[in-house]
Design a protein around this ligand. Sequence first.
Ligand code: GTP
Ligand code: MG
Length: 317
Amino acid sequence: MSARTQQSQPSGEAVHRAGFACFVGRPNAGKSTLTNALVGKKVAITADQPQTTRHTVRGIVHRDDAQLILVDTPGLHKPRTLLGERLNDVVRTTWAEVDVIGFCLPANEKLGPGDRFIAKELASIKKTPKIAIVTKTDLVDSKQLAEQLIAIDQLGKELGFQWAEIIPVSAVGDKQVGLLADLIVPLLPEGPALYPEGDLTDEPEQVMVAELIREAALEGVRDELPHSIAVVVEEMLPREDRPADKPLLDIHAFVYIERPSQKGIIIGPKGKRLKDVGIKSRKQIEALLGTPVYLDLHVKVAKDWQRDPRQLRKLGF
Ligand SMILES: Nc1nc2c(ncn2[C@@H]2O[C@H](COP(=O)(O)OP(=O)(O)OP(=O)(O)O)[C@@H](O)[C@H]2O)c(=O)[nH]1
Ligand SMILES: [Mg+2]
């Protein structure tokens, strides 16, 4: 038992802690994958492309001794659009509010200007403990990992602060994920649970459904197209006149893109790609909601929405 735990348990009674930890880092660092691994369920979509997450996603970890609320954030990056600026603002607001900051750095990429930029900003948040999380350790050998750990330790020293912890994890390989939670929990304030037992996220269903569609739509698209895609669920309604034991949920959703020229790529030859997106996301939506779903997908152009304040508002940014 650590000195810290002993101190906070004068009467020998078990202490309960509850609080917030955010994951921040460059796009594609593995923040959302790690959030899902800790929660034990997909609450945030992930993709092999930068800037997948576009809003803060709360994932809740329930333990006997604590409730840990993880706040997954969009990757902090050099913004090129109004959307990018808004996403960065969301990250900065989040890290100012949480109890613990987890800075995610992929093991397989040398520290770069993007990481230094973020670390510098973190250094100015003096009151909040900062854990450096080296992600994707399954992709490197022990030598490369050791070098990364040293570089991160050095980075903290250069910027004049001490990491509360530096921990290597693999969300995909399920390495040290539980240990990460063990390290965060003692840094949370004492207090009762903030969310009901069993809640894994506070994301509205409609948002989760839209995200699952976007995740399926992101698969296999490249260059600028991933950034151009936005998904909005317009309506979710139980189909009328269905027998009680055979319900069907009608979901109507729009996949937005920015230019007419992108339409063909999203829809694919003879509509095959869009159909595949529908099949793939429908399976996940049905698993999420626990009911059969009829998914109606339409593609629409919202011209240059990433740079247009009015369109951004309409799309929920
Ligand atoms: N091999 C390996 N790949 C990982 C691991 N964690 C994440 N990835 C992959 O890295 C890519 C990015 O993961 P995300 O979790 O979406 O990254 P993110 O930091 O949330 O990205 P943004 O939302 O764009 O900021 C995906 O292809 C993941 O499958 C890991 O532990 N091991
Ligand atoms: Mg993400």
